[in-house]
Design a binder for this molecule. Structure first.
Ligand code: NAI
Length: 332
């Protein structure tokens, strides 16, 4: 058996953390043969829930979990970790406006950046889930300069999975037969789910999705808004925000990154821009990527020059620039 990989989940006792830790114990994160030392990191106010969650994980006697522990101390919780799943964040409270939330989380992620940089494994792979996820990731990049930029990502895989579901339902085929939808930009209402490069298996034939979904009105006025607003629709239906689907997407994100994407498979990850597609460096933007040997590569040369795509990409870019400005304005 390989050496255990150390995984830390912040917000481990929350909604997503509860679902995620059991999926990890079941092999969804790194495959069925990779043992894991799991740490759930929480704020001291959540210590009781943390204790209970750790007790349950231990009681599940999951063979892949080499060890399970809780911590409320950030230096200790990130110690030596190879993978940091940053789920915990301050939720929007009553009377809080968006700028308040950006500032509060900016301060939290600035401090977390320092703890990760000083305590985690030097090659720690990070995915930010806690919202505003892209901007929180950009703050980590800003305030943990020793962590390679390519190790800092944010989650847009749930948006990708939601898109695959919408397309497969429309075509009445299983979701596994749809791939390569691209999520561009921010994990927010401005994100741009783009089907131009998507493929579906129809009657055994791999077919470009734009050849079989030609109704532009459906794409612009049903598909895109449904994916953009799916989080709110889940809250309305369930009374709570998406938890297991978010946890499942975290597993997909890390699995692709760690194990690699399948031949011909493109996934979406929010990564620190290297200037690709004209997106300025310093922003965490969702791009199409492939992964191999623990590294992601942005897929170049996809055509987004049409006005429909450009309008949407510029809108999500503008939002990300403004989020980062607000979040960092009071941190320096
Ligand atoms: P939750 O409120 O149930 O759990 C969050 C947990 O994080 C709580 O137990 C809290 O004590 C803990 N926490 C807060 N600040 C922390 C810190 N600084 N360090 C460690 N732990 C901390 O929330 P839930 O439903 O689990 O969602 C977590 C976050 O994920 C939210 O910000 C939510 O908006 C976001 N989210 C992101 C998605 C994405 O696709 N990127 C999808 C769904 C949710």
């Amino acid at each position: 058996t390989p050496e255990p990989v150390k995984v830390t989940i912040t917000g481990g006792a929350g909604n997503i953390g509860y679902a995620l830790s059991f999926m990890i114990g079941g092999g969804r994160l790194l495959g069925p043969d990779q043992p894991i030392d799991l740490t759930l990191l929480e704020i001291p106010q959540a210590e009781k829930a943390l204790t209970g969650t750790v007790m349950e994980l231990q009681d599940a006697a999951l063979p892949l979990l080499n060890s399970v522990r809780g911590s409320t101390d950030q230096a200790d919780g990130f110690k030596g970790c190879h993978i940091a799943l940053l789920v915990g964040a301050k939720p929007r409270g009553k009377g809080m406006v968006r700028a308040d939330l950006l500032k509060a989380n900016g301060a939290i992620f600035k401090s977390q950046a320092g703890y990760i940089q000083d305590n985690a494994h030097p090659d720690v792979k990070i995915v930010v889930v806690g919202n505003p996820a892209n901007t929180n990731a950009a703050i980590i990049a800003e305030f943990a300069p020793k962590i390679p930029k390519s190790n800092i990502t944010a989650l847009t895989r749930l948006d990708l999975n939601r898109s695959l579901n919408q397309i497969s339902s429309r075509l009445n085929i299983p979701v596994r037969d749809v791939k390569n939808v691209v999520i561009w930009g921010n994990h927010s209402k401005t994100q741009f789910p783009d089907i131009k490069n998507a493929e579906a298996v129809i009657n055994g034939q791999t077919t470009p999705v734009p050849n079989v979904i030609t109704d532009q009105n459906w794409l612009a006025n049903t598909f895109i808004p449904t994916v953009q607003q799916r989080g709110a629709a889940i809250i309305k239906a369930r009374g709570k925000s998406s938890a297991a689907s978010a946890a499942s997407a975290v597993c997909d994100h890390i699995y692709s990154w760690w194990v690699g994407t399948a031949p011909g498979q493109i996934v979406s990850m929010a990564v620190m821009s290297d200037g690709s597609y004209g997106i300025p460096k310093g922003l965490c933007f969702s791009f199409p990527v492939t992964c191999k040997n623990g590294k992601w590569t942005i897929v170049q040369g996809l055509n987004i020059s049409d006005s429909f795509s450009q309008e949407r990409i510029q809108a999500t870019l503008k939002e990300l620039v403004s989020e980062k400005d607000i979040a960092v304005s009071h941190l320096r």
